[in-house]
Design a protein around this ligand. Structure first.
Ligand SMILES: NC(=O)c1ccc[n+]([C@@H]2O[C@H](COP(=O)([O-])OP(=O)(O)OC[C@H]3O[C@@H](n4cnc5c(N)ncnc54)[C@H](OP(=O)(O)O)[C@@H]3O)[C@@H](O)[C@H]2O)c1
Length: 284
């Protein structure tokens, strides 16, 4: 009979909603013990109900994890070390989407965005590496974004944080490879999760701003993309597939439209691609 120690162990950050919640349930269904990082203890009810419905309640182990806190990151990994003695998978998923037009975004927004999406990921990754390295085995799945490959107007802070994550992860992949640890990037386009409403609520321009017209277009385009966005379960399913693969690729972009947009950026001259983006925004 399998004991708890025989199951692979995953740590998922930002597990209270959206992709994180679904990833926890999906990984638990595939046999993982999931240590679910949640920054607000009161926000774990939704995850536990979803786990109960899926019949995997006993495989989800919530821990307090605010990714901007070094103490939380260290404590979460020490807990995993003490309780399970292994960490097979880290899913760096916690994130926020802060935007606005660059000239008008308040100065404090930039470090706030970087602190969660970039420094938070660096912090949790650094805490997790020793445990993975000691066992000579591990996988780190980074929740990047199409905004980590392409900069859209109105998403300066968010794109900066995700581009930083991409660069960091390329370096990390080569540094940890000799220790049996691999790194995989997941780059979703727009999916219907709570992140967009949280982000849109803070995106505004002064009434007589020269960017008013552009911001309206950006918001219209973003709302439409979020409303027509794919089913977040698709992303959670992909993450769980990656977790179970023997040799995953380095990057996965989804849905298909995102994959093609990234390919177009790679293949087309930079100015032509920019004109294409401006045209699409104009038609929103
Ligand atoms: N949805 C999309 O279309 C899309 C596309 C590309 C990439 N992504 C990426 O996917 C990831 C998950 O986002 P989502 O769409 O699932 O949005 P979401 O439902 O808003 O989930 C974000 C999660 O991150 C948590 N979080 C935020 N700041 C945190 C912090 N400082 N410390 C710990 N946890 C924190 C949130 O916790 P609270 O509940 O406490 O706020 C929540 O659990 C993000 O990295 C996002 O950039 C999303």
């Amino acid at each position: 009979m399998k004991t708890r120690q025989d199951h692979p162990v995953a740590l998922v950050t930002g597990s209270s909603s959206g992709f994180g919640l679904l990833i926890c349930v999906e990984l638990a269904l595939r046999g993982f013990i999931v240590v679910a990082g949640i920054r607000r203890p009161e926000a774990q009810a939704g995850l536990m109900e979803a786990a109960e419905r899926a019949g995997v309640r006993e495989r989800i182990d919530p821990v307090q994890l605010e990714v901007t806190s070094e103490t939380d990151a260290e404590r979460a990994v020490s807990y995993i070390r003490g309780q399970y003695r292994r960490l097979d998978m880290l899913v760096n998923n916690a994130g926020t989407a802060l935007g606005g037009l660059i000239e008008e975004v308040p100065a404090a927004v930039w470090p706030e965005q970087m602190e969660t999406n970039f420094h938070g990921t660096v912090r949790v990754t650094r805490s997790a590496l020793p445990l993975m390295r000691e066992r000579g085995k591990g996988r780190i799945i980074q929740m990047s974004s199409i905004s980590g490959r392409i900069g859209f107007p109105g998403y300066g802070p968010y794109a900066a944080s995700k581009f930083a994550l991409e660069g960091f992860s390329e370096c990390l992949a080569l540094e940890v490879r000799p220790f049996g640890i691999d790194v995989v990037m997941v780059e979703p386009g727009a999916y219907g999760t709570p992140i967009w409403n949280k982000g849109f609520a803070r995106m505004n321009a002064a009434p007589n701003s020269p960017y008013r017209n552009m911001l309206d277009k950006v918001l219209a385009f973003s709302r439409k993309s979020a409303e027509q966005g794919g089913d977040p379960r698709e992303v959670a399913g992909l993450v769980a597939d990656i977790a179970c693969m023997k040799r995953p690729a380095f990057r996965y972009a989804l849905p298909r439209s995102t994959k093609w947009t990234i390919r177009a950026k790679t293949a087309l001259p930079g100015r032509l691609f920019q004109r294409m983006m401006a045209y699409i925004l104009d038609k929103a």
